[in-house]
Design a protein around this ligand. Structure first.
Ligand code: PEP
Ligand code: MG
Length: 547
């Protein structure tokens, strides 16, 4: 048995055969062909199939209003329609008598290396599109495409890396778990993977020779066991069965209230980062959205989204949730979440750099457009707004001034809006220490334990080398949570937790006893936390500050 340790993106137990997701390296050899005509028609057919697949993905993205993907697939369809791209491939098949796969791979490499040094955003996008298109064509030509994306039996997918479009392409019912060599916990790919609700590990040294071998993924321990022995496998089969029963039981809680065993209601809301997440959250009959990470509309595109695009999405979420509250976090761009069109200068330590609301305060046009979209959408549901990475009262006052201007301009244009609640993500040690002063200016404080932990412990939240020492439930963090709750309540604010720690069921009882008013968790964790809340007696009157 081989044991590998990685970083868990999503918990759970999976047992199954590995399907290795092939890298393109294998198509680098110029296999000669004798029948040029046949090879040209193979290429033509592959192209047709790729157009069909991409059109399907494009339509799906349009239906889900995933604007990033809509643009991506539209661009990729344009590459396929471009005569230049195909004629380079066809002429290579004709003159050099090589396989279509080799011609595609070589054309891809030639094009992408010629323009590799160019930083122009449109060129970078085009090169990425060419890479993805070529990879799709190669899979199809290898006869691997359908099998790879939709294996007959459910499998454990092992890949060097997965792109967001590959994840979207997967037949979710055929994936038991996912292992990848690269990736980071907060990448767009990981966000999509989390929504699949299957155990997933990154930083696992996957290998093509694993194809077909039995594997156990333990998403609780962050471990993958390849070729487990019989006794070990049996042990895990029992654990998986327990997990299955538990899941079944959890499904029965779908329409239950979030109320403690001694009768106190708790706000258990969902964190979402895409419109797909919203669907998953709605399936769990979620009572509100505690954190809408708004970056998804800004990523994977060539220019800023327009106010109209932002508004339409917020309006759609607001309407889908009806009377239930939706808290939109304004743009938290910086660190790993950025795009070329934003023109962000390189920073030595971007996590400590110009990110979150700092950047928004510098780029007021961008900030105002988002705020206008949020306030306009507020007329269509129950919205609230919160600001990331705040460190001082002065920042909050500056934000309020801009919000005042936005409201004024809406009023002048007779555009309806509501005076919605405003809060911050309390995720810097400074915000914790200034919680009382900040609370005086705001309606709520939502504790972002992900960043709060990294800034308090001075440990990068994405560094796998620190996973032993990196403890989100470090006593310092628990002390900080208590402090924010106490100080926030003193000033009449409600206090929630929206970092990943909110989903830690071993801490649910403690959070409630401390007086945390809202727990906001990834959609897949709604039911486990609901179960815990319903089992917990807070033992004293739980006075919620929620307005
Ligand atoms: C956090 O930092 O805890 C948080 C909720 O925000 P993000 O994970 O998006 O940085
Ligand atoms: Mg954060």
């Amino acid at each position: 048995m081989e044991i590998y340790e990685g970083l868990a993106i999503f918990q759970g137990i999976a047992i199954g055969a590995i399907r290795y997701h092939y890298d393109q390296g294998q198509f680098r050899y110029p296999n000669a062909i004798s029948d040029v005509k046949r090879e040209l028609s193979r290429y033509e057919n592959a192209k047709e199939q790729a157009v069909e697949e991409l059109t399907g993905l494009y339509r799906k993205a349009v239906a889900n209003t995933q604007e990033r993907e809509v643009l991506l697939f539209k661009r990729q369809l344009q590459v396929l329609a471009d005569a230049g791209f195909s004629s380079a491939i066809e002429s290579m098949i004709r003159t050099e008598k090589v396989t279509a796969s080799y011609a595609v791979a070589t054309t891809r490499d030639e094009l992408t290396s010629t323009f590799a040094s160019l930083e122009d955003e449109a060129v970078v996008n085009r090169m990425n599109d060419i890479r993805e298109i070529a990879d799709r064509l190669i899979y199809i030509l290898g006869g691997l495409a359908r099998e790879k994306y939709t294996p007959k039996e459910p499998v454990i997918l092992a890949a060097e890396k997965l792109s967001p479009s590959e994840v979207m392409d997967l037949d979710k019912s055929k994936v038991l778990g996912i292992l990848t060599r690269s990736g980071s916990a907060l990448s767009h790919t990981s966000i999509l993977v989390k929504a699949m609700n299957v155990p997933a590990l990154i930083h696992i040294p996957v290998h093509a020779k694993w194809e077909g071998r039995v594997c156990i993924i333990d998403g609780y321990e962050g471990k993958a066991y390849v070729d487990p022995d019989e006794a070990f496998l049996e042990k895990y089969k029992k654990r998986r069965e327990q997990e299955r029963q538990e899941r079944e039981y959890l499904q029965s809680l779908k329409h239950e209230e979030d109320i403690t065993a001694d009768g106190y209601p708790v706000r258990l809301y969902a964190n979402i980062g895409s419109m797909e997440d919203l669907d998953v959250a709605l399936e769990s009959d979620v009572k509100g959205i505690g954190l809408l990470r708004s970056e998804f509309q800004y990523l994977g595109r060539e220019s800023y989204p327009t106010e109209k695009e932002l508004f339409q999405t917020y309006q759609q979420v607001a309407r889908a949730m009806g009377e239930r509250q939706v808290i939109i976090r304004t743009l938290d761009i910086g660190t790993d979440k950025k795009e070329d069109y934003m023109n962000l200068p390189e920073e030595i330590n971007p996590a400590m750099g110009n990110r979150g609301v700092r950047l928004c305060l510098q780029r007021q046009k961008m900030f105002k457009e988002q705020l206008r979209a949020i306030y306009r959408a507020s007329a269509h549901g129950n919205l609230a707004v919160m600001y990331p990475m705040v460190t001082s009262v002065e920042e909050v006052r500056e934000i309020q001034k801009i919000v005042g201007e936005v409201k004024e301009s809406l009023r002048a244009q007779k555009i309806p809006f509501q005076d919605i609640q405003q809060g911050i993500v309390a995720e810097t040690p400074a915000a914790v220490l200034m919680a009382r002063e900040l609370a005086r200016e705001l309606d709520f404080l939502h504790i972002g334990t992900n960043d709060l932990t990294q800034y308090t412990l001075a440990m990068d939240r994405q560094n796998p080398q620190l996973k032993e020492q990196y403890r989100e439930n470090h006593p310092a963090i628990m002390k900080m949570i208590r402090m924010v709750v106490r100080e926030g309540h003193r000033e009449g604010c409600w206090v929630g937790i929206c970092g990943e720690l909110a989903a830690a069921t071993e801490l649910t009882a403690e959070f409630l006893r401390i007086g945390v008013d809202m727990l906001s968790v990834v959609p897949a964790c709604i039911l486990p936390v609901r179960k815990k809340i319903r089992e917990t007696k807070v033992g004293r009157e739980f006075v919620s500050k929620l307005k």
